[in-house]
Design a protein around this ligand. Structure first.
Ligand code: AR6
Length: 172
């Protein structure tokens, strides 16, 4: 299987890249963003300062510095505002932007957190279906990608993604 679900801390994953659920400043924050900046060290913030931010739905690449991952793909998910403000399209665009960078940089192994479902409040079950649909589409389009690991931070989150994986036709 080229798509796997994993329970743990994404900052511990050795991959060509890990994905960061950032904010549009790209200058750090809480959640997985804070954890990635702490683990990568101050050089990551230095490089992020040169990028000039990132709009919602887009993505930017940096080096991984002290992380076991070689690169960080920073994307900015939508803040949940009830679901009628284009949130599903913007969340899908995050994954599409991430995989455009994966393709452009020839990355083969990628770990992704559950974008927008923490501080940004996106309902997990809905977000999990979008995430798995987009990852599946990217894997079908990009045969050079060997493995995409979705890293969940709690057993309850893992269970929601397991259920979504069973429900999304062809997501395996
Ligand atoms: N490894 C894997 N997943 C994690 C980790 C970790 N170390 N830490 C948290 N998660 P969030 P968002 C999970 O809040 O909702 C920041 O302040 C977490 O349980 O990190 O996109 C940014 O700067 C949840 O399932 O990101 C933005 O301002 C998922 O990662 C804002 O938060 C995403 O939760 C972005 O909010």
């Amino acid at each position: 299987m080229r798509l796997e679900l994993w329970l743990g801390d994404i900052t511990a994953v050795a991959a060509d890249a890990i994905v960061n659920a950032a904010n549009s400043s790209l200058l750090g924050g809480g959640g997985v963003d804070g954890a990635i900046h702490r683990a990568a060290g101050p050089e990551l913030l230095q490089e992020c300062r040169t990028l000039g931010g990132c709009p919602t739905g887009e993505a930017r690449i940096t080096r991984g510095y002290r992380l076991p991952a070689r690169h960080v793909l920073h994307t900015v998910g939508p803040r949940w505002q009830g679901g009628e403000r284009g949130e599903p399209e913007l969340l899908a665009r995050c994954y599409q932007s991430v995989f455009a960078l994966v393709e452009a940089h020839g990355l083969r192994t990628v770990a992704v957190p559950s974008i927008s479902t923490g501080i940004y409040g996106y309902p997990l079950a809905q977000a999990s279906r979008i995430a798995l649909r987009e990852i599946h589409a990217a894997l079908a389009r990009l045969p050079a990608v060997e493995k995409v690991t979705v890293v969940l931070f709690s057993p309850a989150d893992l269970e929601v993604y397991r259920q979504a994986l069973a429900d999304v036709p062809g997501a395996r």
